[in-house]
Design a protein around this ligand. Structure first.
Ligand code: UDP
Ligand code: MG
Length: 326
């Protein structure tokens, strides 16, 4: 087998603190894999600057001058982790045989890449990096994350349990994936839809090496909601069932009131009326809200706006690497 050209895709947003620490670690891992004869010597590390407001892009530019294994692209503005990652993957799909996507903060075990590439060489087109345990997470984060995965499964969304966006994907899969044109992205739930042979490798996740998370509770909730609504219409179905159930209960309640009226046991009850109104208004608003979420997504999809715009590159995209080895 010809040694595959690997592109390691790393989205970066305001990571000036951590990038100088982790960039040499990625390079070291890449060089190890090259010297072990696992990947081609023309493999690269591709940083995607997601419209950072700090020194991130200038650090990427100087890294690319330092070593030709470092490449960088910059998005015209901040588009969020999923779009930035997609931008990097689509940029790389015609330049390489395999990609590995990873966060730039050193939380994911970098050395697992070796195992991922071995799995690719054994015939898998997608290799999911899965966290073996969640010891480094606070109890709440662990609990919400694990319940979330279970809920996604219940909603009929096929996701790999405890897998985030650390994954090897072959360019063959990426070329098929490029036909998925939606703007509401939840990549970890979309790759299983492409099919092809896949497997998982396990690793432990560490604390961030520097800087702080860009996924506070509110943003995590947003991604979690996107995960459900972009991949499943089951919530709408659940609402319909719930609506039916509530209607049946209402009907029984009305019968109860009518019987009470004729038996003369009704008391002019303000409390029960207000409670019923409050409850049913709440139910209706929740149902309308969820349906509205889907309509909002349809609205966004119909625009077919570009999901990211690349404004700068540290390399010439059309120039083919002359260093293609056997
Ligand atoms: N990121 C990005 N754009 C954003 C937010 C985050 O490209 O708008 C990148 C960030 O630089 C990092 C990765 O996405 O490489 C994951 O973010 P973070 O580590 O903050 O999330 P956490 O690991 O805490 O969930
Ligand atoms: Mg992180």
């Amino acid at each position: 087998m010809k040694d595959p050209v690997l592109y390691i895709i790393i989205p970066c947003y305001n990571e000036a603190q951590v990038l100088p620490v982790t960039a040499p670690m990625f390079l070291n891992q890449l060089q190890t894999m090259i010297s072990d004869g696992l990947v081609s010597s023309s493999s690269k590390i591709l940083f995607v600057n997601d419209g950072s407001k700090d020194e991130t892009w200038s650090i990427i530019e100087s890294l690319s001058k330092e070593n030709e294994a470092y490449h960088g692209i910059s998005l015209s503005r901040n588009r969020g982790h999923q779009n930035a990652l997609l931008g990097g993957l689509m940029e790389a799909k015609d330049l390489c045989d395999i990609t590995i996507s990873i966060d730039c903060d050193g939380q994911d075990d970098i050395t697992v890449m070796t195992e991922m590439v071995k799995q690719y060489r054994d015939g898998s087109e997608i290799v999911y990096g899965v966290r073996s345990k969640r010891d480094t997470d606070a109890f709440m984060k662990r609990f919400t994350a694990e319940s979330y995965y279970k809920m996604l499964k219940g909603m009929g969304v096929e996701v790999v349990y405890n897998h985030a966006d650390y994954r090897l994907v072959s360019s063959r899969v990426l070329k098929e994936f490029s036909h998925f044109e939606e703007v509401n992205l939840f990549l970890r739930g979309m790759f299983p839809l492409v099919g092809f042979k896949s497997t998982s490798v396990y690793y432990e996740r560490h604390e961030r090496l520097a800087g702080k998370t860009h996924y506070p509770f509110s943003k995590s909730m947003h991604l979690a909601f996107d995960g459900i609504t972009s991949l499943s219409t089951r919530p709408i179905h659940i609402i319909t069932c719930f609506g039916l159930l509530v209607s049946v209960l209402c009907f029984l309640f009305i019968i109860y009131i009518i019987i009470g009226y004729f038996m003369g046991t009704t008391v002019p009850g303000w409390a029960s009326t207000v409670t019923a109104i409050g409850f049913f208004s709440g139910v209706q608003l929740i149902c309308l809200g969820v349906i509205g979420e889907y309509i909002g997504k349809i609205y966004l999809e119909t625009k077919h706006r570009p999901r990211y715009i690349i404004s700068e590159r540290t390399f010439d995209k059309d120039k083919k690497d002359s260093d293609s080895e056997s």
